[in-house]
Design a protein around this ligand. Structure first.
Ligand SMILES: CC(=O)SCCNC(=O)CCNC(=O)[C@H](O)C(C)(C)COP(=O)(O)OP(=O)(O)OC[C@H]1O[C@@H](n2cnc3c(N)ncnc32)[C@H](O)[C@@H]1OP(=O)(O)O
Ligand SMILES: O=C([O-])CC(=O)C(=O)O
Length: 374
């Protein structure tokens, strides 16, 4: 694994454009947003500051941040028409499909009609996504039509308050904020690349983000945090985890939450969210799921030199905060929207339609025979 070359299928190792937003696997801890190390941002900034950074290129000063947060606060509620649409989506729908529909529908009723509105569209989605997820979830699962506004200062706290219907603890607010920072941006990953391809046709922001949500949904990308949770919940102890994982590897099954397309030895986000997962486990007074997760990490490294990516310890961390597993990937959407929108803006600022070539491997030229002879 460690010496595996970044080349081959899946466009691996090929540069597909330029970005000033992010480096992955290069300097410092291995992940930077506009020059800032992600661990520095996680320790010393908030998610709203990171969103501002990605959208504007610089961190805000206090006055800019206050103004930005005040503006986001006024945009958290959903239009009634969108609430009606969300109520029509069945309980057993995949919440990523809910996010996709919510984003797409908002693009119908509040369209981005020209690119001068790109910040407006991005900020509206940023403010509204927690309510899109929670309004649908609470209506279909608890039978309540929630008030989509809260006076929570941060988007992370706002999400937790909408979901649980009560004020979150300071520690939970902090973990959500860190999590949103860690997931915010990651260069040319599959969903961001989807957004950029869409942007390159000069399409609108809502279409770019809707497409990106579809790409993030898959278990090889954002969907891995849910799949990791489903897996660790099946293990009864650290020892059982090791036995069962050995079986999975023998059967050549993919272990979700491990490995990465770019990082070779570790994902710098893992150490940060792992630390928070441990703190939450201790706070809950039951560390068994955390201990099982650590056993998985040890086993995968010892047997395959595969390491936890950002998704693996997010699973237990979210679980400890009482977040239902099916909402794990939609939270990723609430965060990555910032990276997607920033890339859409960057693509638009220096655009050429993205249209690669393919190596043809199909049949030689041939003639259509009459249907009766086929
Ligand atoms: C936030 C994020 O989106 S992070 C990614 C989340 N996705 C997951 O956690 C899904 C599980 N992981 C994977 O499927 C892969 O590691 C990916 C999709 C992330 C990266 O895929 P690739 O770039 O093709 O992986 P890479 O080239 O490093 O794979 C090397 C070998 O390790 C194997 N491998 C990689 N990850 C895993 C895994 N999680 N479980 C089992 N085997 C694995 C591959 O099958 C490959 O074996 P091979 O050479 O015999 O075919
Ligand atoms: O970069 C990738 O391929 C996947 C990833 O970790 C992310 O999008 O956060």
């Amino acid at each position: 694994m460690v010496d595996k070359k970044l080349s081959g299928a899946g466009l691996r190792g090929q540069s597909a454009g330029e970005t000033a937003l992010c480096t992955v696997g290069k300097s410092g801890s291995g992940l930077t947003y506009a020059g800032y190390d992600v661990s520095d941002l996680a320790d010393n900034a908030t998610f709203e500051e990171v969103a501002y950074l990605l959208f504007n290129g610089e961190l805000p000063n206090q006055a800019q941040l206050d103004e930005y947060k005040a503006s986001l606060l006024t945009q958290r509620d959903l239009p009634q028409a969108l609430k009606e649409v969300l109520k029509l989506i069945p309980k057993d729908a995949h919440p990523m499909d809910v996010m996709r529909t919510g984003c797409s529908f908002l693009g119908n009723i509040e369209p981005e009609t020209d690119f001068s509105q790109q910040h407006k569209a991005a900020n509206r989605l940023l403010a509204a996504f927690p309510a899109i997820m929670c309004y649908w979830y609470r209506f279909t699962h608890d039978g309540v039509e929630i008030d989509c506004t809260t006076d929570e200062d941060s988007l992370g706290g706002h999400f937790l308050a909408l979901l649980h219907g009560k004020t979150p603890s300071e520690q939970h607010r902090k973990v959500m904020d860190v999590s949103l920072i860690l997931y915010a941006e990651h260069e040319f990953n599959a969903s961001t690349f989807t957004a950029r391809v869409c942007a390159s046709t000069l399409s609108d922001m809502f279409s770019c983000v809707t497409g990106a949500i579809g790409s993030l949904r898959g278990p090889l990308h954002g969907g891995a945090n849910e799949a990791a949770m489903d897996m660790i919940q099946k293990f009864s102890s650290p020892a059982d985890a090791k036995v069962q994982m050995a079986g999975m590897l023998e059967r050549k099954e993919k272990i979700m939450g491990f490995g990465h397309a770019i990082y070779r030895e570790s994902d710098p986000r893992n150490v940060i969210i792992k630390r928070w997962s441990e703190k939450l486990a201790q706070e809950n007074g039951d560390t068994s799921l955390y201990d099982i997760s650590v056993a998985c990490e040890e086993f995968m490294w010892d047997s395959k030199k595969l390491f936890c990516n950002a998704d693996f310890f997010h699973a237990s961390a979210y679980h400890f905060m009482g977040i239902p597993t099916k909402l794990f990937t939609p939270i990723f959407v609430c965060s990555r929207l910032t990276g997607w929108a920033a890339h859409v803006m960057e693509q638009r600022s220096n655009n050429r339609i993205i249209r690669p070539s393919a190596d043809y491997v199909g049949p030689e030229p041939r003639k259509v025979s009459p249907i009766s002879q086929r």
